[in-house]
Structure formats: structure tokens, C-alpha cells
Design a protein around this ligand. Structure first.
Ligand SMILES: CSCCC(=O)C(=O)COP(=O)(O)O
Length: 270
């Protein structure tokens, strides 16, 4: 999440006290949502083969598979590790084999916590169908909606930057247990702007927001992301939620830590 206010005072205060907030999680919107690890990702694993078989001939699914194949080509070109095919493919039709290859690749990417745009696009499309059918909901932490509403009343602009596709972000907040709360956000960014562990992504986002990096606060629960944002001159706070990755002693002393959004006050007194 990003907060941006063009008045400067808020951020100068926060900056001087190192009260920098920006949310993010190690494995999917963990600053906001309880469910990515427990519901969203298992949903993909459990329904992937069924989804691909049902939608294989549709243009959108073909595009998703095409993007995944391009990613495999890129991985091979860069000598990155690739998925190993798990099943004996003999006795299967060409379509079944092709689906199996995609399933293996997607499961492998997820096990490796890859954040490729190709993976995120397919996941977004699968979740869209699941939200529409009422099978899943975005279970937002209790402190999130009231805190963001308060910040917005105080004049902050709030953005999402997630490895999840913009479409998936909108679904998560559009179908949340609190109802459609998309009005909380002024904009969305995903890996199309660059990965969250690259400093230049944060520079580009600041440019898009029309806001100097030092007037922006980034909340994350991933310290590699926090480091990249800091390197770009953005203020950072690390959000500690149950089940997140353990922080080292050094990380604990270096970063401003919060356990709930309600600890962030616009006057800088977190
Ligand atoms: C947008 S819904 C699922 C989030 C997701 O797929 C993911 O990988 C989370 O990434 P984030 O950058 O939000 O930690």
C-alpha cells in the first residue's frame, strides 16, 4: 500500500521520525488480508487442472498459457530452474499433456513463491470466477478499512502495489467480507511496473503518482521490498502480522515495525 499526500507536512514529520509506512506482505497482501496463504493460493492448487480443462479453448485462457510459455522460454534463456514434469504422460491426449505441463509449471512457480506476471494473470482469472460464484471472499483484517478511511479523511491518497495483478487486487477488495471497499484506493500497481524487490519500480510509481519519493510511505511485510523502496528514497514501515516471515534482529532494529494499521497516525505519532 502507498500513502501519498502532496502537502508534505505529514510526510516530513513521518520521515524525520522514521515513521514510514507502506504495506506489504511476504506472500500476498498479507498486510491487509488473512486469506492469501490459507484460501487464495490453496484454491488455485485445488482447482487449476479443472479450470484449465474447462477454459482451454477460450481466448483468455489461451493468452494466459501463451504468457506462461513465454516465461518458461525466458527462464530457460536465463538458465533459471524450471518445473520438472511429474507424471508419466503416456496414454494421454495432446491436450491433457499440454494441460499437465501448465499445471506442473504453475504449481512449481507457486511452490517457489515466484511473482511472475504470467502466474499472477492466470491466478487473477481463476479467482475472478471463484469470487463471482461466491466461493471465496477477501477477508480483510479488522483494522484495515477504518484506518484507511481515517487516513483518507485526513487527506492522504492510498494506492496498492502488489505482485497480484491489478485485476486480482480489485477482486479482492471488491469482494471483501466488508463488501466492496475499492473506493478506499486512488490507484493500483502490479508487476507490470516492475517487481517489488527492484528499487526502480518505486521510482516509477512515484513518477506515476506525481509525488516525490520522500513524500510517500510504503507498508510491506517483506524486508527485501522494504530495502528496495528505501533505496528509492521512499519511507517504509514493516507490518508484522501473524504467520509472516520472521524478521532478523538486525531487521527488527532497522525498520519501523507496526502490528496494526491503527498504529499509524497522520500526525506521525505511530
Ligand atoms: C491480489 S490477490 C493475491 C496476491 C498475490 O497473488 C500475491 O502474490 C501477493 O503479492 P503481494 O505483493 O501483495 O505480497
Amino acid at each position: 500500500m502507498w500513502l501519498c499526500r502532496h502537502l508534505g507536512l505529514l510526510f516530513r514529520q513521518w520521515h524525520s521520525k522514521h515513521r514510514c509506512l507502506w504495506r506489504h506482505q511476504s506472500r500476498g497482501l498479507g498486510n491487509y488480508f488473512k486469506v492469501s496463504r490459507d484460501i487464495l493460493f490453496p484454491y488455485i492448487k485445488d482447482h487449476l487442472e479443472e479450470y484449465l480443462s474447462a477454459h482451454w479453448e477460450e481466448d483468455e485462457c489461451k493468452q494466459d498459457v501463451h504468457l506462461l510459455k513465454k516465461q518458461v522460454e525466458e527462464d530457460l534463456r536465463l538458465h533459471r530452474a524450471c518445473a520438472q514434469h511429474s507424471l508419466d504422460q503416456s496414454g494421454h491426449t495432446d491436450e491433457e499433456k499440454a494441460i499437465r505441463e501448465v499445471v506442473d509449471n504453475v504449481l512449481w512457480q507457486m511452490a517457489s513463491d515466484r511473482k511472475s506476471t504470467a502466474l499472477k494473470q492466470l491466478q487473477g482469472h481463476m479467482w475472478r470466477a471463484a469470487y463471482a460464484a461466491g466461493r471465496i471472499k477477501g477477508e480483510v483484517y479488522q483494522d484495515v478499512v477504518p484506518s484507511i478511511r481515517r487516513w483518507r479523511r485526513q487527506g492522504l491518497k492510498v494506492y496498492i502495489y502488489s505482485s497480484g495483478s491489478v485485476e486480482a487486487q480489485k477482486l479482492l477488495f471488491g469482494y471483501s467480507v466488508e463488501g466492496d471497499v475499492l473506493d478506499l484506493f486512488d490507484g493500483h500497481f502490479d508487476t507490470n511496473i516492475g517487481t517489488k524487490v527492484e528499487s526502480k519500480s518505486y521510482v516509477r510509481i512515484a513518477e506515476r503518482m506525481g509525488c516525490p519519493p520522500e513524500e510517500i510511505m510504503f507498508l510491506t511485510d517483506v524486508t527485501r521490498e522494504a530495502k528496495a523502496a528505501e533505496d528509492a528514497g521512499v519511507n517504509v514501515a514493516v507490518v508484522v502480522r501473524p504467520g509472516n516471515m520472521e524478521l532478523t534482529e538486525e531487521e527488527r532494529s532497522h525498520y519501523n515495525l507496526i502490528t496494526t494499521f491503527s498504529q499509524l497516525e497522520v500526525n506521525g505519532s505511530a
